[in-house]
Design a protein around this ligand. Sequence first.
Ligand SMILES: Cc1ncc(COP(=O)(O)O)c(C=O)c1O
Length: 486
Amino acid sequence: MTTTDNFLLPIALDDRSPVPIYRQIYGWIRDAILAGTLRPGQRVPSTRSMVGHLKVSRISVLGAYEQLIAEGYLETFSGIGTCVARQLPDDVLEPIQRVAPSVDGPRSLSRRAEAIRQAPVESGLASFGAFRVSLPALDQFPADIWGKLVARHARSQSRAAMAYGDPLGLPAFREAVADYLGASRAVRCDASQILVTTGSQQALQLCAFVLLDPGQRVCIEEPGYPGARNAFAAAGAELLPVPVDADGLDPAALPDDPGVRAVYVTPSHQYPLGITMSAARRLALLNWAESHGAWIVEDDYDSEYRYGNRPIASLQGIDTRERVIYVGTFSKVMFPALRLGYMVLPRDLVPAFAAARDAADIFPATLYQRAMTDFIREGHFGRHIRRMRLHYMERRRLLAELIRSRLPGHLEVIGSEAGLHLVAMLPEGVDDSAVAKAAAAAGLSVIPLSSCHAVRPSRGGLILGYGGINDAQIREGIDRLAAVLA
Ligand SMILES: Cc1ncc(COP(=O)(O)O)c(C=O)c1O
C-alpha cells in the first residue's frame, strides 16, 4: 500500500471564501481522486497530521473525511489508516473527462522535435543478450570498490559539497580527467578546458547549441552515429553526410562552403565501421577546418580499447590551432548509467559552453564526480581498463573467428581490432533491416548498418556488439544468426 503519510497534501485553503473550510478540504481531495492524482489504495494523511499541516480545526478535517467516507471516496482500515477507496463506484468515475491521446500523436511539435521523432530508434535497447551494442561487461565491473567510494562520499558530504557548483564540473575531477587524457590519449589540455557532461550525448547537444544556429550546416560521417545525427537535428541544423571509406572520412569530399560550421568525426574508431582515420586525412581535415573557419567535433567514445596495435593518439593532440572540440565518455570504460562524460574545449570557447551548461541544467551532479576522482586517483580505473581490454580482445577474436568459420559467404568482418562492437557486411542485395528483424524474432539484438546511413547504401551489414556478452552467449548467438541467415 502506498502512502502519502510522509508528505502533506498541497491543499490551498481560502479563509475569505464563502465555502466552509471542511467543504474546501473535501472538494480538494475528491478532485484529486477523480483526476487520478490520489490513486485507489493510496493512504492519505491522518486527520491529526492534516490538522497540524493546514492549521484548521479538527472538526473541519473530520467533517471532510467523514463526508468522503460516506460517499465512497475514502475507506478506513484499522491499523492502517484512511485510504482512497480501492473500488470507486462507476458512477463516481463516469464524470472524469480523460483526455484521449490524439491518434496523430502529439500536436504542435517544433520542426526540431519532428526531426528526431522521425529518427529510427535503436532496436533491442532492453536486451542484454547477443549482440547488444554499446554495452561493456557489466558483470565484470568492480562494484564493491565503486560502492565503497560512493558511500564514502555520500556519508561525508560537506555543506560546500551539497550546495551549487561550477557549470564546468568539479575542479578535482576535471584535474583527474585532464591528467588521464594527457597520459592515455595524448590530448593537450589542462583542467580549465574540461567541461563535465551527462554522457557524451549532452556534449554533442551542447556543441549543436553553441556552434549552430537553426538552419546552419554541419557535416556528419556517412555512415555515422545516430546519436550525433539526432543531437544536431534537434538543434535545427542542416546535416550534410560525407562518405567514409577505408581511410575514414574523406576531407576532399567536404564542401568548399564557408557556411559549414562544424564537422563531427570519430577518427580513432569510426562509428559504426570501426575504421581508423589515416594520418594524412587527419592533417587534411585540420587544414580544411582552419581554412573554412569550422569546428571539428572529435567523438573519442571507445578508444581505450584497441587490441591489434598501440592506441591511436587523438586528433585533438595534433591540432595546433585550437579547432578541435574533443568529446569523451565513461559509458564504455565504466557503465552507461553513470552518465558521466566530458569535453575538452578550445580556450576561447570555454565561457560560451559554460554559459550554455548553466542555462541547461546549471551544473553536473557532484557525488559521482567525487567517487570517480578517487576511482581514477587510487588506480582502480587504470586496472579496470587493462583487465577489460584483455576480455574484449578475447571476445572480439572469438566472434570474428566464429563469423569466418561458420558464416562464410554470409558475413564479412570489417574494421580495425578495437572497441566493443564490429561490423559484418552482408552480400550485395541482402536487406539488412529484414535480417535484423528476423534476428530479433530469433531473440537476437543486431543493428542494421543502413540505420546509420542518411542515404540507403548499396550493401548492408550488421552491427554486432560483444562487450557485454560472454563466450557462451557469443557461441549461442552465432548459432541463432546462422539459422536466421540460412
Ligand atoms: C559514437 C558514440 N559516441 C558516444 C557514445 C556514448 O554515448 P554516452 O556517453 O552518451 O553514453 C556511443 C555509445 O554507444 C557511441 O557509439
